[in-house]
Design a binder for this molecule. Structure first.
Ligand code: DX5
Ligand code: ZN
Length: 217
């Protein structure tokens, strides 16, 4: 088991002080910043648009891991890439044109990922996995932070790992929702490469310490 990549989720940061949140993550040793995009349709909540991503891009060299929880993600793929995304992850369940998203990412030399809600069978989008930089396993229903980790997630992570071996694919396995120092080791043991954590990091008095603990250090 290697050291997982920690991807603090900006959605849980103080919305009035995103600059400070980005600076804290930058100093913490985390390499990724997870940025949740919600459209009020695919999930019943709203979050950031490309202008916010462009604004924080000016203040951060972190890898921007953009998680689109939106319908018709092909309409917004290029705006988020232009804003500074390093990887665009879309939901397999969302209406829209995944092939177009994949093509735009490929042409822009930006990573492409697929995310699956907790009840979506993992093999439903298998035909895309060999072209994915990451496979994002949701361990909560998407839309809100601060929810409890679903105990089904480690088995799904293990299944994602089995599928990766079967396909000879190279995607990173990411897990998102309810990740904290108690649930993180369960995910790493099952094969997670990336841990997305919002509340555990930003509701803490010492985010850098939580990030180190999540990485098992
Ligand atoms: C929820 C988002 C998550 C969220 C995680 O839809 O995709 O990234 O910010 O938040 P916590 O860590 O609080 O579960
Ligand atoms: Zn997310």
């Amino acid at each position: 088991m290697g050291i997982p990549i920690i991807a603090p989720s900006l959605f849980a940061a103080d919305p009035g002080n995103l600059e400070q949140a980005v600076a804290i993550v930058g100093r913490s040793g985390a390499r990724y910043l997870h940025i949740d995009i919600m459209d009020g349709h695919f999930v019943p909540n709203l979050s950031f648009g490309p202008n916010i991503v462009a604004g924080i891009r000016k203040r951060s060299k972190l890898f921007f891991d953009v998680h689109l929880m939106i319908e018709y993600p092909e309409r917004y793929t290029l705006p988020f890439i232009d804003a500074g995304a390093d990887c665009i992850t879309v939901h397999g369940e969302a209406p829209g044109d995944i092939d177009s998203v994949l093509r735009i990412c490929y042409e822009s030399n930006v990573g492409f990922g697929i995310s699956l809600k907790p009840k979506t069978p993992l093999d439903a989008f298998k035909h895309y996995y060999s072209r994915c930089k990451l496979l994002l396993i949701m361990s909560i229903e998407p839309g809100f932070g601060g929810q409890e980790f679903m105990s089904s997630a480690p088995e799904r992570i293990a299944e994602a790992k089995r599928i990766r071996e079967e396909l000879g694919a190279e995607y990173l396995i990411s897990v998102d929702g309810g990740i904290n120092p108690v649930t993180a080791p369960l995910c790493v043991a099952a094969g997670a490469d990336i841990l997305v954590a919002g509340t555990a990091v930003f509701n803490s008095d010492d985010p850098a310490n939580v990030i180190r603990r999540l990485a098992g250090q």
